[in-house]
Design a protein around this ligand. Structure first.
Ligand code: SF4
Ligand code: SF4
Ligand code: SF4
Length: 347
């Protein structure tokens, strides 16, 4: 039987876990910055040991580290030599195809001390992924290729599973764990890390993932299913300009077909979540992003049909509801101060 975190009484069987985080894919570092806003749990809670049952966690992320230069890189060199065990590898940014370039390199981190040449990001993944307990893709670039993998890109950029293989397993038997989003929703990422740390500590079963390797409890519903504006959609009441509180489908919202929980979870402290606060969903968590959602801000083709169908039904329902609304806005007729009892009471 697996202990629930709330009943944890024994220390983790693994005393320390390192998180080696590479942002040297084709990346804007936006996921590292986003994760600093997490609260469920926060990075600080995980690193300072505030959560019961977890091993001690040491984070090595170039955006958030105190160390820099060779001092920072030493953790990666040590991990490669097997001197930094156990560790979880996080990759942020899409992975370029170094096999297609004519010269130079697309992306790299650190220097090969023997040759004096940069160590490519692909080399780092080749060196570290086989030694990692788990490999996590942070953000849509790392998970599926994202913006850098658009049609016409010269680098052949791709996501982690395209690079390592969709059937790839870590030495602990875990598939790649994808937490997409551009950037990743902060709590989605930290909750996934927390789950994996509990799994490492023997306190959680195998992480449940869908076919796109996303945690099922985070990506099992559509934006539309959690949207504050869903009732406007159902009533066929659509915004035609920004600033409206109505459904945004005619302004280009793809929420009905996009797997993402930010309309339920919010962005920071439960606040935000694109359509909730007036922004159309452009499908940034999806493997087909961005190409299959462009041109942004045009009404999605499927949205035209569904909005037309819902429009007729919705107008009728809205009209009927306004009649009912007027009725229930009036008190029952027996509440009066006349000298008679008209409530229907029978002794
Ligand atoms: Fe930046 Fe978005 Fe790519 Fe993350 S997924 S590295 S936020 S472009
Ligand atoms: Fe659905 Fe988008 Fe309309 Fe929200 S704004 S109800 S997600 S179509
Ligand atoms: Fe991305 Fe759409 Fe989710 Fe916003 S609602 S984070 S655009 S998938």
């Amino acid at each position: 039987m697996v202990d629930s975190p709330s009943r944890i009484t024994k220390p983790s069987p693994v005393s320390d876990v390192h998180i080696l985080w590479i942002t040297a894919g084709l990346s804007c570092d936006g996921d590292s910055v986003s994760v600093t806003a997490a609260e469920q749990p926060s990075i600080e809670d995980v690193l300072l040991g505030a959560i019961p049952g977890l091993p001690r966690v040491h984070l090595h992320n170039p955006v958030l580290a105190y160390e820099n230069g060779d001092e920072f890189m030493q953790f990666f060199y040590d991990a490669e030599k097997g001197l930094l065990e156990p560790f979880v590898l996080v990759v942020e940014g899409s992975i370029p195809n170094e096999k297609i370039k004519k010269e130079g390199y697309w992306a790299a981190m650190g220097t090969n001390h023997d040759t004096g040449q940069p160590i490519t990001t692909c080399e780092w993944i080749d060196r570290l992924a086989p030694k990692a307990l788990a490999v996590i893709g942070a953000g849509t670039c790392a998970t599926y290729g994202g913006i850098h993998a658009m049609a016409g890109n010269p680098t052949g950029a791709m996501g982690l599973a395209d690079y390592l293989g969709w059937e790839w397993r870590s030495k602990a038997g875990l598939p790649i764990v994808n937490v997409p989003g551009c950037p990743v929703q902060p709590d989605n990422f930290m909750e996934t890390v927390l789950y994996l740390l509990y799994q490492v500590a023997g306190l959680a079963p195998m992480i449940p993932l869908d076919k796109q390797l996303r945690p099922t409890w985070l990506f099992g519903k559509t934006v539309h299913e959690g949207c504050d504006r869903g009732s406007y959609y159902e009533q066929g009441d659509f915004a035609t300009e920004y600033g409206s509180s109505k459904c945004l489908v005619k302004l280009g919202c793809w929420g009905p077909v996009v797997d993402c929980n930010v309309t339920k979870r919010g962005w920071m402290r439960g606040i935000g979540g694109c359509p909730n606060v007036g922004g159309i969903c452009i499908g940034c968590t999806m493997p087909g992003f961005p190409d299959k959602f462009m041109p942004f801000m045009d009404e999605p083709p499927g949205g035209m049909l569904s909005a037309a169908l819902v429009g007729g039904y919705g107008r009728m329902i809205r009209a009927l509801r306004s009649i009912t609304n007027a009725t229930v806005n009036k008190e029952p007729k027996w509440r009066h101060n006349r000298p008679e009892l008209t409530t229907g009471y029978r002794p």
